[in-house]
Design a protein around this ligand. Structure first.
Ligand SMILES: O=C(O)CCC(=O)C(=O)O
Ligand SMILES: [Fe+2]
Length: 303
């Protein structure tokens, strides 16, 4: 892999003719195969909405700890500092976060909304919608690039378990365990992640050449990567690239980021795609719900 992350323009897919769409799909799958990460322009997530979302996230995380904790306890809503850890890590990540899912999702996990700041629901409802529609376009391009039915993901993802996560990494506390970092090395769990460019450096990916490469993308671009569910259904063709968020090298200030984790409905089988089989050693099919439960226990979010 080159020492830069491949960059694509989604407008080639959303506004292009048939050939441009197919080219985009081929380039997207190729870039994800080679690097596991891309940066993306030409998407539907408006720069003003991103700026407003960061203001809103900052206002929420500035609320008193006791107030934030009234929204804790489930997968959606608030997760306090020091709860989640990367798989196989003993020390927690240095972050707190808030999660939002599909309003129409059936089942126990339902959205919660804080009383303050006002407009929180409106702003993050709009951000969820913009990321959700961009995610659907990317999945449809991936389906075309993988030569499966273009509607494959469209039939499995809407109203499912996808989550928008608003993360606050506070200044690193003086008494933090020296081994803990903002986000320890991990692979994402889901099909794809759309990451709204963080304010401030810190994200690094582990390249296929075995080096940590900082991600320095422009604020208006999204960072997109593939997770373990995608690796599983493509039998490793689109593998999940390890990444981390390192502690600040300069001033010890807060960092905010907003990943949108795209994943299917609970009952959807994670089984090898017809175009990716053949080696005879593809992973056992498993439901999305079972896979998620297993991973949420491993990272300390479920007992
Ligand atoms: O904060 C970031 O830039 C990345 C966060 C991340 O990798 C994750 O939440 O899975
Ligand atoms: Fe991640």
């Amino acid at each position: 892999m080159a020492e830069t992350i491949p960059h694509l323009d989604l407008a080639d897919f959303t506004s292009g003719d048939e050939k441009a769409r197919r080219d985009f799909a081929t380039r997207l799958v190729g870039a994800l195969e080679q690097c596991g990460f891309i940066t993306l322009e030409g998407h539907a997530v408006d720069a003003a909405l991103i700026a407003r979302s960061y203001e809103m996230a900052e206002a929420f995380f500035n609320l008193p700890e006791a107030e934030k904790r009234t929204y804790a306890g489930g997968l959606r809503g608030y997760t306090p500092f020091g709860r989640e850890h990367a798989k196989d890590m003993t020390v927690p990540d240095l972050k707190e976060f808030w999660q939002i899912g599909y309003e129409a999702h059936a089942g126990a996990d339902q959205n919660v909304w804080p009383d303050r700041p006002v407009d929180f629901r409106e702003v993050f409802g709009a951000l969820f919608e913009a990321l959700e529609s961009t995610g659907r376009q990317l999945l449809s391009a991936i389906a075309i690039g993988l030569e499966i039915e273009p509607e494959y993901f469209e039939d499995r993802v809407p109203d499912g378990t996808s989550l928008l996560r608003l993360i606050h990494y506070p200044p690193v506390p003086e008494n933090a365990d020296p081994k803990s970092v903002r986000a320890a090395a991990h692979e994402d769990i889901n099909l794809i992640t759309l990451l709204v460019a963080a304010q401030g450096a810190g994200l690094e990916i582990f390249t296929r050449e075995g080096k940590w490469l900082p991600v320095n993308n422009q604020p208006a671009h999204l960072v997109v990567d593939t997770g373990d569910m995608m690796a599983r259904i493509t039998n490793g063709r689109l593998s999940a690239t390890t990444h981390r968020v390192v502690n600040p090298a300069g001033p010890n200030v807060s960092r905010y980021s907003m990943p949108f984790f795209v994943q299917p409905r609970e009952d959807v089988m994670l089984e090898c795609l017809t175009s990716c089989g053949g080696s005879g050693d593809s992973p056992e099919p498993l439901t999305t719900g079972d896979f998620l439960n297993q991973r949420l226990v491993e990272i300390g979010l479920k007992k």
